[in-house]
Design a protein. Structure first.
Length: 272
């Protein structure tokens, strides 16, 4: 999806793709910069491709649309790193949109450790995440929403998430935080303004029970934490992330060939 920003410039999606080719190498097959984010290859261990999503312009303003498309091929393993957070500034009566579409093929895996997404007072953001996971695939996603900068009440955000596994609904969520008066009620967010989660899609992670863990409708689980400030949430999510990333998951390399470019590392050996 393309559009135009307030200056009339066409907005371009950021494209990131990884494959495991016929020679048994993990390869970044697509690294195309968009209007707001540029994918940059990082030093990668033998079992994955690591890519940083680097901001190329100031956060989200009224009329902005940030579009991110991520594709993980059969048997590929991709790790996304965000060196800095994203800020939605005062939109002065306007609105912006953030959208990510993720497709994970059979046996593929995506590890995405997101940086804080700050919704400043006066901002109004629609945030849409769509995920398709094939059989044997997995996505592990760490996400952090912060309502307002220091001393602010925070703006309005509606976060819609839809994840499917083998064509069946796995997680469908409409997190409506548009009205501060409603979201601050007891039983909703109350005094909290930091919402963080670690979500596993395609694999139900083992390990010790967590008081905030929720099992999904299929293979998957989520831990969500709330607080008034960011550090306790980041620490709690970090512990869950470390535990869940240790879960054994060995994608199978594809049997066919693939046309690829950019960086490459070695795929893990096929299980005997």
């Amino acid at each position: 999806m393309t559009g135009t920003d307030p200056t009339g410039e066409e907005t371009r999606p950021t494209l990131v793709g990884a494959v495991c080719d016929a020679a048994g190498r993990q390869v970044a097959a697509e690294l195309s910069p968009g209007t707001f984010l540029a994918p940059r290859p990082l030093f990668s261990p033998p079992d994955r491709v690591r890519v940083a999503l680097v901001s190329t312009r100031a956060g989200l303003l009224a009329g902005d649309t940030l579009d991110l498309r991520i594709t993980v091929g059969p048997g590929a393993r991709l790790e996304l790193v965000e060196p800095s957070g994203l800020v939605a500034y005062d939109h002065r009566g306007g609105a912006s949109r953030w959208r990510a579409r993720v497709e994970i093929a059979e046996g593929g895996e995506l590890l995405w450790s997101g940086a804080p997404f700050v919704i400043s007072s006066g901002a109004r953001v629609e945030r849409v995440t769509e995920v398709e996971v094939a059989a044997g695939g997995r996505m592990l996603w760490r996400d952090l929403l912060v309502l307002g900068r220091s001393g602010e009440r925070g703006g309005a955000v509606r976060a819609l998430t839809r994840a499917r596994h083998e064509g069946a609904e796995l997680l469908v969520e409409d997190l409506d935080l548009l009205d501060p008066e409603l979201r601050e009620l007891p039983g909703v967010l109350g005094p909290h303004r930091v919402i963080g989660s670690v979500t596993s899609l395609g694999v139900r992670p083992p390990g010790p029970a967590h008081p905030s863990r929720m099992e999904l409708a299929g293979p998957g689980a989520q831990v969500r934490l709330l607080d008034r400030v960011t550090p306790p949430v980041e620490a709690g999510l970090g512990a869950v992330w470390e535990s869940w990333t240790a879960t054994e998951h060995r994608p199978q390399p594809p049997s066919g060939s693939a046309a690829v470019r950019s960086i490459s590392t070695s795929c893990p050996a096929k299980p005997s």
